[in-house]
Design a protein around this ligand. Structure first.
Ligand SMILES: Cc1cc2nc3c(=O)[nH]c(=O)nc-3n(C[C@H](O)[C@H](O)[C@H](O)COP(=O)(O)O)c2cc1C
Length: 164
């Protein structure tokens, strides 16, 4: 019994990390705007074309990593990949919350992200407050995990160094 549990946990871990680190690049387009309005957590969306170009077997869920807008600095980020069960979206999306306060929207900018690690699966919640609390915890966990040497090496990856 214990062996079965451990094998299935190992397979799951492999599925979650199979494609990491994953580099994604594209223009920021308008989402539903609920990130800022409902959650107090602005998110940057990619077009469907970018989302469709992702590995087919990429595990839906919340990832942590690094993000860069145009030629700006590289910031910490958390990103949700999937269908947002709380809002029951019809299309898959990649929504990146950059852990930095921007003064203005940056629709039309080029956003580069590197997914470094997997935090958890997408969940449904009984209330908006439940989702907000989960995202706060994700941000804390990302902040901790991004202190590791491998995560810091990824921040310096040449993916981020090419000037647009
Ligand atoms: C770190 C993070 C975690 C998220 N976790 C969930 C989740 O567990 N369940 C869910 O339905 N949506 C989750 N979301 C997605 C939010 O519901 C989504 O970003 C929000 O609806 C804003 O989307 P919009 O800007 O397209 O309106 C998460 C988003 C982020 C940034």
């Amino acid at each position: 019994m214990r062996i079965t549990v451990s094998i299935s946990a190992t397979i799951r871990l492999l599925k979650m990390t199979e494609h990491l680190p994953l580099f994604i690049e594209g223009e920021v387009v308008k989402g539903f705007g609920r990130g800022s309005k409902d959650l107090g957590c602005p998110t940057a969306n990619y077009s469907l074309e970018v989302v469709k170009s992702l590995p087919e077997r990429l595990e839906p869920g919340v990832y942590y990593g690094w993000a860069k807008v145009d030629n700006g600095p590289v910031y910490e980020m958390v990103a949700n990949v999937g269908w947002c069960p709380f809002y029951q979206n019809k299309q898959m999306s990649v929504e990146t919350h950059i852990i930095h306060k921007f003064e203005d929207d940056f629709y039309g900018s080029q956003l580069k992200i590197a997914l470094a690690g997997y935090l958890r699966g997408e969940k449904n919640f009984d209330s908006l407050d439940g989702l907000i609390e989960a995202i706060k915890q994700d941000i804390e966990n990302a902040n901790q995990n991004l202190k590791s040497t491998s995560a810091l090496n990824l921040k310096n990856h040449q993916f981020f160094s090419n000037v647009i």
